[in-house]
Design a binder for this molecule. Structure first.
Ligand SMILES: NC(=O)c1ccc[n+]([C@@H]2O[C@H](COP(=O)([O-])OP(=O)(O)OC[C@H]3O[C@@H](n4cnc5c(N)ncnc54)[C@H](O)[C@@H]3O)[C@@H](O)[C@H]2O)c1
Length: 387
């Protein structure tokens, strides 16, 4: 009999964490995968309390992720995939362990610290025939998919320029005098041992890079970057000139010190025949302007969007879909492809429409190139492997 549902485990994502809860809710949108095991917190007591709250069986609440991977892999009812929602420094070792134990992986971004680590993870996944997703979540938004379809079908012509930004304000207190005014979550992002060689580019610049690449199908070939640290160990502000593999140029600005901005991811793609603009904080609409014509506002859920976009809309237009649905759309594809593989069903192009380990590798290369460029006074630095 064919399998209809999966079991999954989670590493990270305790009750106080930011993103783990978004993953769990998003997975439940589909009703096709259920939490069966976890290691949520490095403190054993807090971990146990959390696992009990999530109603896991006692022997599937693990104090250590290595023990979890090993014991789960030996169970008849083992978890099929693991979600990794820990701070960045753990991604590589946790992902490697679960892959080696034969378990599919969905890992948070940025994938890991070093390019060779990212490539090693890809190699292990390929050798074992495992799926590996890296959670560049904005590519799950319906209107981001509509933008991709419009570029792919030539509506805006050849892409000649990109202007994209991801602006936040939450670290402004770190560089200014006076009162502490911001709510601060996850300050580990400022610590190089936990976050890696970059804070701002790694955390949100990589979202720009992936969202633009997903929509346009272009790859960033080289970057000229200036990163501002304002006396902190890692960058809080980045202005990056990029060159794509079709010769077009663009500007990516990411910042955590832009007062008045929260999760201001805005992507503007300019082509020879028109332009599109998507704004993450108003994600159900897409602005499309054809040369010489007034700007059209496309709404998610309407009859005129492409079949692909319609297929990932969950509720009628006018009821907002957002971050949770974007995550759920990634999980829908990821869970489905695992089920199809288990059931021996043939795979099609859309079965791979989730951000992959290759996207994760590109993200790590992008971070390294931006940091190196900034260290060399904004010199152009090539991303290896992009021609
Ligand atoms: N895709 C997105 O849109 C998005 C958004 C936010 C965060 N993220 C990524 O998600 C990851 C987590 O970020 P966050 O903001 O949720 O962090 P967080 O600090 O809120 O949560 C981290 C979790 O990891 C757990 N943890 C730490 N060490 C552990 C260990 N040794 N074993 C088991 N669990 C451990 C903590 O207990 C906590 O539950 C980061 O890599 C971040 O870049 C992605």
């Amino acid at each position: 009999m064919s399998r209809k549902t999966l079991l999954y485990g989670m590493v990270g994502g305790d009750r106080n964490a930011f993103i783990g809860g978004v993953h769990r809710v998003a997975i439940h949108f589909e009703g096709t995968a259920f939490l069966a095991a976890g290691c949520f917190n490095p403190d054993p007591a807090a971990n146990k309390e959390c696992g009990e709250f999530y109603q896991l069986e006692n022997d599937r609440i693990y104090a250590d992720y290595k023990e979890m991977a090993e014991k789960e892999s030996k169970r008849a009812d083992k978890i099929d995939f693991v979600t990794i929602a820990t701070p960045n420094f753990l991604h590589y070792e946790v992902a490697k362990k679960f892959l080696e134990c034969g378990i599919h992986v969905l890992c948070e971004k940025p994938l890991c610290f070093e390019v060779n680590q990212a490539e090693e993870l890809k190699k292990i996944a390929e050798e074992r025939g495992l799926f590996f997703a890296v959670n560049y979540s904005y590519s799950g938004n319906a209107m981001v998919k509509e933008a991709r379809e419009l570029v792919e079908n030539g509506t805006i012509g050849e892409v000649i320029n990109v202007n994209a930004e991801y602006l936040q304000e939450w670290l402004i207190d770190d560089i200014g005098a006076g009162d502490q005014t911001m709510n601060k979550l996850s300050v580990w992002r400022k610590d190089p041992k936990v976050a890696g060689i970059s804070n701002c580019v790694g955390d949100i610049g990589t979202h720009i890079e992936h969202t633009v690449s997903y929509i346009t199908g272009l790859k960033v070939k080289r970057v000229a970057a200036v990163l501002d640290h304002f006396g902190q160990p890692l960058d809080l502000n980045a202005n990056i000139l990029v060159e794509f593999n079709n010769g077009a140029h663009g500007v990516f600005c990411s910042s955590q010190v832009c007062v008045g901005h929260m999760n201001g991811l805005v992507v503007r793609i300019f082509g020879t025949k028109g332009a599109i603009e998507w704004v993450q904080e108003n994600p159900n609409i897409l602005y499309v302007t054809l040369k010489g014509q007034p700007t059209k506002v496309y709404n998610r859920g309407m009859a005129y969007v492409t079949e692909r976009t319609a297929s990932v809309s969950r509720i009628p237009s006018g009821h907002p879909e957002g971050l949770y649905e974007a995550f759920a759309n990634i999980y829908r594809v990821f869970i489905n492809v695992i089920l199809k593989k288990i059931n021996g069903e043939p795979l099609t192009k859309y079965d791979y429409d989730f951000p992959s380990v290759d996207d994760g590798i590109t993200g790590v290369r992008f971070v390294h190139a931006a940091v190196e460029s900034s260290n060399r006074d904004g010199a152009w630095v090539k991303l290896e492997d992009v021609d």
